[in-house]
Each structure stands twice: as structure tokens, then as C-alpha cells.
Design a binder for this molecule. Structure first.
Ligand SMILES: Cc1cc2nc3c(=O)[nH]c(=O)nc-3n(C[C@H](O)[C@H](O)[C@H](O)COP(=O)(O)OP(=O)(O)OC[C@H]3O[C@@H](n4cnc5c(N)ncnc54)[C@H](O)[C@@H]3O)c2cc1C
Length: 464
């Protein structure tokens, strides 16, 4: 983009929005260049705006459209697909100062919130009222509701409560022309016209900017009870996942860790996990009282039947909580092993054992350590490819491994990304997975929502 256009745009912003917090100092901009995909090298943005009100966002987008300046919406920057990374000559709009919970509506079991509220903060605020907001990405303490909506974030208890999209019944958005549009509201059943909310949620800021959300709440469920099962092989753990479904157990959480992850997590948190086991399943139930005990008994039998070496029930809520926190921090525990690149493939649940075999094969073929954990109950695994910092061929091997991983997931009827998003990092695999017909429909949707192509360009859709 030419610098005159950028300068004219910034002048217009300063004139129209004199009270807006706008960053243009290169040192400030540096902090908004990347998300958690540290390996990407995006150019710095032209500027970063930190609005506090929807009207400011609308004015910013209106001016951006006028001056043909790209706009990148940004939450807390914890994304793992480069969705919030800056764009050359673009304005990054950080929503982190739009961080007010506007209303907790007990009668209608909804919360109305601005996008900059952290997931964990929202959970805590509604919990104080005896209510429960279900979506819980492992990054709960460091990701925002806006980012969760942008990525349609998953997490640990999607198996029972669904993903972010399932919790959204209303949105206020700013369109690519700077109009403010309200979609849905507090009505739980509503089929009037096309479903625009599900389309915008998960679109990674490429269709509209979300400035407010109405989210479904539930009464607080009973405390979780937790079972850990240790397995002699990854495939026996995979078999246990199918056995649990066949036994009719619907856990709230069903997470897997492989041996490398078990050891890294145990090194960090000293939990006394079985370090020799090839895999561990963490199974949680939040059914009331005796029903939870019964569910875990059935789960225990299913795991032992699939070949578990040992099983153990957390002694109390504090121990269960400790285990959950350790699982949440599994990615951080990887860092002591080398540079970890977290992947995010998904397959139908019954194909999990086959995916685990493929992951092992790919690691061996490329001579790479791949540590796998993830939301196995959803068929969603996070293979973490560990790079030896001193290996000159590391990057090449890693690229081959991710390519093989994506192709394996697709061949198993799955997806190259179950919850992190296509973003900037997986665009060339979109057509391979979805097919050209589906991608053509996506392009038509994008053109209808964003005719000038200013909303988060270079994300989600491959170059034409
Ligand atoms: C350790 C770790 C664990 C993680 N665990 C999980 C997990 O269990 N499940 C999971 O799904 N993800 C997980 N993630 C990934 C990440 O936390 C999620 O993708 C999260 O939803 C991103 O939120 P954010 O606020 O950081 O958004 P950002 O990274 O800032 O943005 C994410 C996307 O949303 C768009 N966006 C942001 N705000 C808006 C808005 N207001 N309107 C429109 N678009 C917007 C951005 O443009 C971008 O495309 C994890 C990440 C880490 C580092």
C-alpha cells in the first residue's frame, strides 16, 4: 500500500476520532504483529486502534473502506493459526479495551458482553451468579471472547456442551462498510432467514467485526469427578475412546496425553503420573452425585477392557482441579523439550486409533519427536512437533511432517484444523479438504460481506 494513502487515513482517523487510543510508534506496533504462531514473520501494521465503543469501531471501518486500508480484528493474540497477525499497511483493531460485561440476564440465561472480556473472566463473573458459561479453551486465562467467536473456539468440555458457536444466540457486528448490524438476540429458537450468526462465528474476522455478543448460560453443574487411565500403547487408548462411546458414557471431558506429554507435564507439575505409560486418558464427569460415580465406574471398566494398565480416581475436587490445570498447561510444558509447533487435526472419533498410528509413522519418518495431546473425545488431537533448535534441517522436516499430517487427517475423513482455524497458516489445504465447489461458495460469501476485501485479507481463503 502506498504511504500517502496510509497517512491520509491516519489523518482522517485523528480528525474524526480525536479521543481514540491509536498506536503508531514502531515499538508499540511490534507487540501487535504476531499471535502465538511465533514462526510467522508478518510486517508491522500501519497502526493499532484500541476502541472502547462500537461507534468508534464503525467509524474506523468506514474510514478504512474509504481509504482502502485493510483491517485486522484482534483479541488477546493467543491464536494458533496467525488469524490476528498484522497485514502490510493495515489497521489492527484490538478489542481488548472493549472489555465490559454488559448484563447477566438470569431470567433468559444469557450474558451480554463486549468482545474484549477474557474467557476466564466471563466464566468467573457468571459463576458468581451461580451460572455457567460452557466454552473453555485450554487458553481460558489468556484468550478473549472476541477471539473465541472469531475462531469458534473449542476446548475441554465441548464433548458435552458444544463449541463456542453453540453458545451464541446474538451478535452486534460492524460490517465491512462500517454499518452496525444486530443479529439474533435473547430468543433461543429463531429461524428467520439465513443463519448469519453461525457464518460469522469462526470466520476469523474476514466477514465482520464482532462488537457485542449474547451468549447462552446454564445453571452451574455439580463439581467434576475425574478418572485417569494409563495405557501400554497409544492404540489401546484410542480403542478405549470408542469403548467409552459404546458403553454409553458421555463424559464432560475426554482428553488424551501421550508418553512425551505425560513426562513433560509431570516434570512441570509433579503429579505422580505413570511416566512409563504410553498414553493417558483424563475422563471427567459433572453428572450429579451418584450418577457421576456410576459413569466413572462404567468408564473405568471400558478402559480396563481396552487394555488399560491402571486407573485412578482423583481423591477430591482440589486434586481434580490440579489435573485439569496441568492438562491446560500441557503446551507450555512442551517448551522444555524444544521449539514446539502445535497442530490441530480432527477425525471422526472412531478413526482416532488410525490417526495416532499415522502420527507415530510421520514422526519416525521425519526423525522428529511429536508429542500428542488433545480433546480426543471430539476426535481432535494436538500433535506438537518438537524442533531441535540445533538441527539445520529442522524447518524442512517440520514442513514435511505437517504436510503429511494434514493429508493423513483428510484421508481419514477429518480436518486440518478442528478448532484453531485456517488463519494464515493452513490456507493452501482448504481446497484439498473442502473441494473447489465449497471454496467457490466461500469466496462468494466473502465477496458479499466484504466487497472491497479489506477485512483481514490473506486469512482463511487461499489466494485466487
Ligand atoms: C496454550 C494454548 C492453548 C490453547 N487451547 C485452545 C483450546 O483448547 N481450544 C481452542 O479452540 N483454542 C485454543 N487455543 C488457541 C486460542 O487461544 C484460541 O483460538 C482463542 O479463541 C483465540 O482468542 P484470542 O482472544 O487470543 O484471539 P486472537 O488470537 O487475537 O484472534 C483470533 C481470531 O479471531 C479474530 N477476532 C478477534 N477478535 C475479533 C472480533 N471482535 N471480531 C471478529 N474477529 C475477531 C482475529 O482476527 C483472529 O482471526 C490455545 C492457545 C494456546 C496458546
Amino acid at each position: 500500500m502506498d504511504t500517502t494513502r496510509g497517512a491520509a487515513f491516519l489523518d482522517a482517523v485523528a480528525t474524526r476520532l480525536p479521543n481514540l487510543r491509536l498506536l503508531t510508534d514502531p515499538l508499540d506496533l511490534e507487540g501487535y504483529r504476531r499471535d502465538e504462531t511465533a514462526y510467522l514473520e508478518p510486517p508491522p501494521p500501519l497502526a493499532v486502534a484500541l476502541p472502547t465503543e462500537t461507534a468508534e469501531v464503525a467509524e474506523l471501518v468506514r474510514l478504512a473502506a474509504l481509504h482502502h486500508v485493510p483491517v485486522v480484528p484482534r483479541g488477546a493474540g493467543s491464536g494458533l493459526s496467525g488469524g490476528a497477525t498484522s497485514v502490510a499497511g493495515g489497521l489492527t483493531i484490538s478489542f481488548m479495551r472493549m472489555n465490559r460485561i454488559l448484563e447477566i440476564d438470569r431470567a433468559n440465561l444469557v450474558v451480554i458482553t463486549q468482545p474484549g472480556v477474557l474467557n476466564a473472566a466471563l466464566k468467573r463473573a457468571v459463576a458468581a451468579e451461580g451460572l455457567f458459561y460452557a466454552p473453555d479453551p485450554a487458553s481460558t486465562e489468556v484468550c478473549s471472547i472476541g477471539g473465541n467467536l472469531g475462531t469458534n473456539a473449542g476446548g475441554l468440555c465441548c464433548l458435552k456442551y458444544g463449541v463456542t458457536r453453540d453458545a451464541v444466540i446474538g451478535l452486534e457486528v460492524v460490517t465491512a462498510t462500517g454499518e452496525i448490524v444486530r443479529l439474533g438476540g435473547r430468543t433461543t429458537k429463531d429461524v428467520a432467514g439465513y443463519g448469519l450468526i453461525p457464518l460469522i462465528v469462526g470466520s476469523q474476522g474476514t466477514l465482520a467485526l464482532i462488537t457485542e455478543a449474547t451468549l447462552r448460560l446454564r445453571p452451574t453443574p455439580p463439581p467434576m469427578v475425574t478418572l485417569l487411565a494409563f495405557f501400554p500403547s497409544l492404540t489401546s487408548a484410542g480403542d478405549a475412546v470408542s469403548a467409552l462411546a459404546e458403553a454409553g458414557v458421555e463424559p464432560c471431558t475426554l482428553e488424551l496425553m501421550d508418553r512425551t506429554t505425560i513426562r513433560a507435564v509431570d516434570d512441570d507439575h509433579h503429579l505422580g503420573l505413570d511416566r512409563e505409560a504410553a498414553a493417558m486418558l483424563m475422563i471427567e464427569s459433572d453428572l450429579p452425585g451418584a450418577a457421576a460415580t456410576r459413569a466413572l465406574q462404567i468408564a473405568d471398566a471400558a478402559c480396563l477392557g481396552a487394555g488399560a494398565i491402571s486407573t485412578i480416581v482423583a481423591e477430591n475436587a482440589a486434586e481434580a482441579d490440579l489435573l485439569r490445570q496441568a492438562r491446560r498447561q500441557a503446551f507450555n510444558s512442551m517448551e522444555r523439550l524444544g521449539v514446539a509447533r502445535m497442530e490441530d487435526v480432527g477425525v471422526p472419533r472412531g478413526r482416532v486409533p488410525a490417526l495416532l498410528v499415522e502420527i507415530e509413522r510421520i514422526g519416525m519418518e521425519q526423525g522428529l519427536v511429536i508429542a500428542t495431546f488433545g480433546h480426543v473425545g471430539d476426535g481432535n488431537l494436538h500433535p506438537n512437533i518438537i524442533l531441535d533448535r540445533d538441527d539445520p534441517d529442522g524447518e524442512k522436516k517440520l514442513n514435511k511432517a505437517t504436510d503429511a499430517l494434514y493429508r493423513a487427517a483428510i484421508a481419514l475423513g477429518g480436518t486440518v484444523t478442528a478448532e484453531h482455524g485456517i488463519g494464515a497458516t493452513r490456507r493452501e489445504y482448504l481446497e484439498l479438504q473442502r473441494g473447489s465447489g465449497a471454496v467457490a461458495m466461500m469466496r462468494a460469501v466473502k465477496a458479499a460481506f466484504d466487497p472491497l476485501g479489506i477485512l483481514n485479507p490473506g486469512k482463511v481463503l487461499p489466494d485466487a
